[in-house]
Design a protein around this ligand. Sequence first.
Ligand code: NAD
Ligand code: UFG
Length: 336
Amino acid sequence: MNILVTGGAGYIGSHTCVELLNAGEQVIVLDNFSNAKPEALNRVINITGQQMITIEGDIRDAALLETIFSQHNIDAVLHFAGLKAVGESTMDPLNYYDNNVNGSLCLLRAMQKHGVKTLIFSSSATVYGDPDSVPIFESSPLRATNPYGQTKLVIELMCQHWVESNSEVSVTLLRYFNPVGAHDSGTLGEDPQGVPSNLMPFIAQVAVGKRKSLSIFGDDYDTPDGTGVRDYIHVVDLAQGHVAALKQRNEQAGCHVFNLGTGQGVSVLEMVTEFSKVTGQDIPYQIAARRPGDIAQCYASSQRARLELDWSSKRELQQMIADTWHWQRLNPDGYV
Ligand code: NAD
Ligand code: UFG
């Protein structure tokens, strides 16, 4: 199949390109490199030994989309392109609505015009907001608490309405929990710009000596050790979840929703302790105030994906840490 991968140079998109190429698919990447480097795509080619088509451009560029859909016989779209920083979204919400919502609208319009019926969309556990209970099921209440999360909810709704209006369309909404880790070659990984806001890349930068110590945001949550609990999932497992979704849901009409997580909650303190154990590195930390907008705990029920996609995460926390560390040591400054 010819698969258009928007945002394919990014962290999750690039790992998914590897899995798609390994599965024998033809890949066409569309990325504006606003949060990625072309080098990531060279690494994908090196890992797989396969070629793919790269197009530099924006999903909001309707003329460009027209050209792409006219020139390539696209069978399905995997839609990763978007902005993802929660804090930034509260400071510049209009840019988030423009990039994420307007961008997705342009993409869906082009798909509709060219009769492309299969879409897999990168949604997020953030659509559940502060959950009433854990584990979180796909049927749990949806309530985003920041502009970024709200854009994901709006796009989900837009997809739902599109499906309702067209009985041939197949949309799969994948709600990711916390993606971490890197490709086991150590050549592909997460390359945050500036100070990482997420836990795993921050710890990795402390371990490699780029930052002095980790601030743990709050130790007074209602969790076993007082620190925040999350469902960390290896990015390669996540990438393979997309291949499974493509296989099971391609052209199967309807709107399909899946959590992609491990179903295991891990606290910040557990992560720090385990990181030290796996890597042999000391991770200095201090307890700091809670981060505004953070929730106590969030982890998935991963049952539906297991039953309906025949997919479940395979890689344990130790592997997530070892692969993060491998990537960080080999690429201390990312894709330079
Ligand atoms: P990323 O920033 O590494 O990748 C996104 C890619 O999209 C980048 O390569 C960027 O250059 C590109 N892009 C952004 N806007 C674009 C536009 N208008 N046109 C073309 N390209 C554009 O992020 P990621 O971590 O790989 O996330 C991928 C998707 O998964 C995003 O939609 C994100 O919201 C979602 N998601 C991520 C996480 C996470 O923690 N990483 C969790 C849940 C959901
Ligand atoms: N944390 C720290 N110190 C840090 C960074 C994080 O203590 O320097 C803590 C947080 O307070 C939280 C946990 O580590 O308890 C995880 O934080 P992350 O920032 O890594 O992840 P979040 O769960 O807050 O958010 C992530 C993405 C969101 C996405 C959400 C659900 O950043 O975009 O997962 O998928 F919506």
